[in-house]
Every structure is written in C-alpha cells, then in structure tokens.
Design a protein around this ligand. Structure first.
Ligand code: FAD
Length: 380
C-alpha cells in the first residue's frame, strides 16, 4: 500500500466526509438514479465546507492542499453515485476554479463565495453541437455593445445545466482573431434570453442532470467578462488541466470501488462447493485489477504532487486522465464479469458503476484527444 503521499494526512477530513456520505448520500443513491439528486444536497455540502477545502479562507474555503480536495472527491465517489460525484466536481473544481484564478473582487464575492457556501450552483459551458473535441470550432458569439455584451448560441451536454444559478461559458469575441478571439463569461441563468433544454437521457451518471442551454440575445454587463478579452482559449486550456486531474481522481476511486465490490462478491459467491475467489482464473483477474488500480493511483498521486506545488504538467495530466479512465472502465467491466448475471441486475451496485464508468473515457476530453496531447508534448 502506498503511504507516503500527502493524501494520507487528511484522515480527519476523510472521516467527516465519510460520515456525511453514509448519512446523506448512500441511503438515497438508488432513488436518485430515478429522480436525480436534490439541489438541497449541494447546500448541505456547502455548509460542511466540502466545496472549499482547496480555496482560500477569505472566500469561505479552508485553504488546505490539493490532496484534501482529492480526499473529498474519493470519499464522495465511494458512495457509488457517479452522477452526484460528477456534479460535485463540476461545481467545486471545474467551473469555480477559473473564478479564483481570473476573477475580479466583485466576481469572487458574487460567484465564488456563494458557490463555496453551496448557495449558488455552477455549470461549465464549453461543448457545443458542432464543437466537442474541437473546442475552437465553437459558434457562440459575444458581441460588444454599450455597457456589455450580447450573447447568442447554444451549449450541449451541460452538467448541472438544469439547476445551475450561473454558467461559465466560452464564446467568440472576435472571429478574425483566431485563437485570440475567444473570451470567458459568467452568465446568470435567470438572464433574459437564457433558456434550458430538457434533461437528456443518458447511459449512466443518471442522478446528474445533463442538458442543452440556449442563449438568445442575452445581455451581460462588461463585468461578466472573466479574465481578459481575447484570452479565453488560453484560460480554458489552464482550466482543462484541473478538470482532467480531478476527473482522474474520481476514476481511481471508482476503480477501487469496483475492485472492492468484486473481491467481496467473489468471497461470498459459492459455485462448485467453494467461493469463486478460490478459482485461480478469478484470483488472477482480481490480482490484475489490483495491480492496475495501484498503478493508476501511483501515477495520479505523482501528477497531483506536482499540481499541488503549482506545477501544471499537461502531458502527465493527460496520461493520468487517459490511464485512470481506462483502468476504471476495465475494472468495472471485469468486476461485472466476476458478478456473473447478478452484476447485470440493477440492484447490484456494479451495474451502476459499469454504466457510470463509461463516460470517463469521453467527458473532459476523449481518450483520443488525451493521446493527441501526449504525442504533441512528446514532440513526435
Ligand atoms: C454526460 C456528459 C456530461 C458532460 N458534461 C459537460 C459539461 O458540463 N460541460 C461541457 O462543456 N461539456 C460537457 N460534456 C461534453 C464532453 O466534454 C464532450 O462530449 C467530449 O469532449 C467529446 O466531444 P463530442 O461528444 O462532441 O465528441 P466528438 O468531438 O465529436 O468526437 C467523436 C469521436 O471522434 C474522436 N475525435 C475527435 N477529434 C479527434 C482527433 N483530432 N483525433 C482523433 N480522434 C478524434 C473522438 O475521440 C471521439 O471518439 C459532457 C458530456 C457528457 C456525455
């Protein structure tokens, strides 16, 4: 067992989160697959300080290191609701960290502080119908007008989209300026012209809401611009590193859960008068799973140790996201195999893990895009 990483220092924090998870999440996981989780859970998480562990105290955070944020994610993933864990991470560590990095005092006060407190829910609007992997192909336009901007366009697959109080979105502010023609905005969801599509039906992550968002002549004041005009693409590339690293954290925790479920089941299930865990072929499956999860965790903690020191390593982050999401899906699939027909039934939690795990090789940049990034940094 790896013990010398900073993550092991957060035992008290882990205990607090685990208790919350056991009382407030675990009993409702099945129900939320059908109904979606209630937004109220975000308020409770905010009260307990779960969104702010990695943020400065002056904004309501507790100023701990990055491993504290990872510890919170790992404990929430262990509850077995991939949809809630994804929604949590989008809010806590994907949509709000650009505000800390680029926000004005007013933006920090109006968006980051209430987001950390769980009073406002955030969503992140990058993907568009014609721009997925090719983010630069996005078509949402922000036109400069007196006192602000007018936004027109649409976003798709937006996590928290139905419940969000505000959306951080990227739009084109100058079509002729190439990569310098994008900017990021903070847009309130109650703005006139902002509308939300229906909740999309998904293979997994069913407790979360994923939706389309339409922007029709939405006016936002100049103060809605996050960071500098024209620097949105650069800012987004910075944001994606954090997004991928916390996603990799969720994948390693998810893979561990699939392995734990497999070990438990294999010890309990009897066939041919013995627990199936005594069959060499299954013991070897489990040993392979253990090895892969260990390797993914080692890579994750090593990359996170650099991130924690402020060193952003895009190649290593993409390697970590690629490997962790593949290990998660392979472990989920093998765990289902070990569960036999029971694993395919809804009442066995491995069926949900299997559905949820599949997204991770797509969302936050697909496997193929991670490989493109790795190859680029290998200068091949
Ligand atoms: C449940 C869910 C939640 C999501 N949440 C959010 C969210 O909150 N906010 C947000 O902005 N987005 C969100 N997304 C969008 C997600 O990030 C995109 O789906 C993802 O980036 C892939 O884009 P795409 O779906 O358009 O696929 P495409 O880009 O169309 O890709 C299709 C296939 O082509 C491959 N491909 C594309 N380009 C290349 C290339 N250059 N080289 C090799 N292969 C390539 C891809 O790898 C993939 O296999 C979410 C998606 C889902 C499904």
């Amino acid at each position: 067992m790896i013990t010398d990483y900073e993550v092991d220092r957060h035992t008290e924090l882990r205990k607090t989160v685990r208790k919350f998870v056991q009382n407030e999440i675990v009993p409702y996981v099945e129900e939320w697959e059908e109904t979606g989780f209630p937004s109220e859970i975000f308020r409770k998480m905010g009260e307990l300080g779960l969104f702010g562990v990695f943020y400065p105290e002056e904004y309501g955070g507790s100023d701990m290191d990055y491993f504290a944020a990872m510890a919170v994610t790992e404990e929430i993933v262990a509850a077995g609701s991939g949809g809630l864990a994804m929604a949590f991470n989008v809010h806590a560590l994907m949509a709000t960290n650009p505000i800390l990095k680029y926000g004005t005092d007013e933006q920090l006060k109006n968006y980051l502080v209430p987001a950390i407190a769980g009073e406002k829910i955030a969503a992140l609007g990058i993907t568009e119908p014609s721009a997925g992997s090719d983010v630069a192909g996005l078509k949402t336009i922000a036109e400069k007008v007196d006192g602000g901007w007018i936004l027109n366009g649409s976003k798709v697959f937006i996590t928290n989209g139905q419940r969000a109080d505000f959306l951080i979105l990227i739009a084109r502010t100058n079509i002729e300026a190439g990569i310098n023609g994008y900017s990021i905005f903070l847009v309130d969801s109650d703005n006139e012209g902002y509308s939300v599509g229906k909740k999309l039906h998904k293979v997994g992550m069913r407790s979360s809401d994923t939706t389309e968002i339409f922007l029709e002549n939405v006016f936002v004041p100049s103060t809605a611009l996050l960071g500098k005009e024209g620097e949105g693409f650069k800012q987004l590339m910075w944001q994606l590193n954090g997004e991928r690293l916390i996603q990799a954290t969720a994948c390693v925790a998810g893979a561990q859960r699939c392995l734990d479920l497999a070990v438990q089941y294999a010890k309990e299930r009897q066939q041919f008068n013995k627990p199936i865990s005594k069959k060499q072929v299954l013991r070897h499956y489990l040993a392979d799973m253990q090895t892969e999860v260990g390797a993914a965790r080692a890579l994750l903690y090593q990359t996170a140790a650099a991130y924690n020191k402020g060193e952003i390593l895009p190649k290593e982050i993409s390697m970590t996201k690629l490997f962790a999401s593949q290990v998660y899906f392979r472990t989920a699939d093998q765990s289902m195999q070990i569960h036999g027909g029971y694993g395919y039934m809804d009442e066995y939690p491995i069926s949900r893990e299997w559905r949820d795990a599949r997204l991770m090789r797509i969302g936050g940049g697909t496997d193929e895009i991670q490989k493109e990034i790795i190859a680029k940094y290998m200068e091949i």
